[in-house]
Design a protein around this ligand. Structure first.
Ligand code: PHE
Length: 465
């Protein structure tokens, strides 16, 4: 384990370098937050859970739980300035508690590894769709053709495996290059470009003739149809899309300069991330209805609606290619965040170089990812609990591990860290600080615990539900 490396000013510095500016940090965290979660996952999970009420619960979770947990994670990261495991050990002791808080970091490292294992498989799909789009496979294609392309692709494990391998290779490559050179440059252009393209696509879906149906599906809540499983899915989606609960944002916070406002940065990231998810929904659902498709289609939803719609446009192949290029970039910058806790930990704890750490961690993730590669073909019929192996890894990580991690983070920042430490990091003890502290101490932990217990039916069994 490396010793404290405190700078002359008495403030800790990070071993891995620092972001060059506040904007670079916001871009990096946004790059981590905006990814497949917004464009691929949000529409299909919302579709599976009936739309309106799910979307409302999701928005509520983002504001009341997501935002305070994100702020907690950044402030913990910046105060510790190490990988999430070492940071939690250090702050646990410093705040008069115990080194055992380090286990939270370990949970995050494990969650990141499992999430990336399937994330990389889906990101591989987007790589394949770049090639398919560019070669004109979707130009003027009808719904049956586009669905056929999707199912024969995911049914072919060799190609899916190849794409997964390629994506992991790209991720290892950037992670190995380190904070400044790697992560920062990768995120500079992607987020604004993706946002711009989504706005263009929104124009198209408004003209599709079913815009009203899509909007109604997304925003007309039917609370009677809402189950606790859907509430849990909405909460899990909030954690997943904001990249919180597993130390990714904590690891990024470790590289944040002292003078940057954590509240401002978190607000900006949460707004951008939510806007892109809602935009994605507004693009996808009208297209689903206009083409007589099913909103509850599942993980293939985006891959079956967008190419179909874009294929009807002049220059459709071009737009479709551009869309999947940007989505791959978005996935790539998120994958970096998923790997960062494990890599930073391997570097500091096991004295590996960044390159070695990235390679070893990446290889492990690639291997676990085989379970998801085969979930859509060879093992498609092997289902238990939440569904296929892929469904189970997703359920366990997004709906259980991230919320649990987030709950512990909120408890640590709200109850274990003293007022002085947190107010110093959050820049004063004004109204915003008080609101954050109330949400972090009470609303977030109690809310998360309540939803988890309801979803497993425990409160019902105890007669409290
Ligand atoms: N937030 C990312 C997305 O929406 C996924 C992610 C989760 C990234 C957790 C890092 C940590 O695609």
């Amino acid at each position: 384990m490396l010793t404290n490396q405190d700078s002359d000013s008495g403030k800790r510095t990070s071993l891995h370098g620092h972001w060059s500016s506040k904007m670079a940090f916001i871009l990096a965290v946004t790059g981590s937050a905006v990814g497949l979660g917004n464009v691929w996952k949000f529409p299909y999970v919302a579709g599976q859970n009936g739309g309106g009420a799910f979307v409302l619960v999701y928005l509520g979770c983002v504001i009341l739980i997501g935002l305070p947990v994100m702020m907690s994670e950044i402030l913990i990261g910046r105060r510790g300035r190490r990988n999430p495991v070492a940071t939690m050990e250090l702050l646990g002791e410093e705040e008069g508690s115990s080194k055992k808080w380090g286990w939270l970091g370990v949970l995050g490292v494990v969650a990141g590894i499992f999430i990336l294992s399937y994330y990389s498989v889906i990101a591989g799909w987007t790589l394949y769709y770049i090639v398919k789009s560019a070669t004109g496979a979707f130009q003027s294609a009808d719904a049956a053709t586009v669905s056929g392309i999707f199912s024969s692709f995911v049914g072919n494990w060799k190609i899916v495996l190849f794409c997964h391998t390629l994506f992991m290779g790209l991720t290892i490559f950037v992670v190995a290059r380190g904070v400044e050179r790697g992560l920062e440059q990768a995120v500079r252009f992607m987020v604004p470009a993706l946002l711009a393209l989504m706005v263009v696509l929104l124009g198209y879906s408004m003209a599709s003739g079913s815009f009203g149906l899509g909007v109604a599906f997304m925003f007309t809540p039917d609370f009677d149809a809402l189950t606790w499983q859907s509430v849990l899915a909405a909460m899990g989606q909030a954690f997943f899309t904001l990249s919180i609960g597993m130390g990714a944002i904590m690891a990024y916070g470790a590289y944040l300069p002292e003078e940057t406002s954590i509240t401002g940065a978190s607000g900006a990231v949460v707004t951008a991330d939510t806007a892109i998810a809602i935009l994605a929904g507004l693009v996808i659902f009208p297209l689903v209805f206009a083409n007589g498709l099913e909103p509850g289609e599942g993980p293939g939803l985006v891959f079956q609606t967008l190419p179909l719609a874009l294929g009807q446009l002049p220059f459709g192949s071009f737009f479709s290619t551009l869309f999947f290029v940007l989505l791959s970039f978005a996935a790539w910058t998120s994958a970096l965040g998923l790997m960062e806790p494990a890599v930073a930990w391997a570097v500091e704890h096991h004295r590996k170089t960044r390159g070695q750490a990235a390679f070893l961690v990446g290889l492990l993730i690639w291997f676990i990812g085989l379970a998801s590669v085969f979930s859509f073909n060879l093992l498609a019929e092997t289902t238990f609990l939440a569904g296929t192996l892929f469904d189970n890894v997703d359920y366990l990580t997004s709906n259980i591990m991230l919320p649990l991690g987030g709950m512990v983070i909120a408890i640590f920042a709200g109850w274990i860290m003293c007022r002085n430490s947190t107010s110093e990091e959050l820049g004063g003890a004004g109204t915003l600080y008080k609101m954050w502290r109330f949400l972090a101490r009470f609303v977030a932990p109690v809310g998360i615990l309540f939803v988890l217990l309801q979803a497993v039916g425990l409160l019902d069994k105890l007669g409290l539900g």
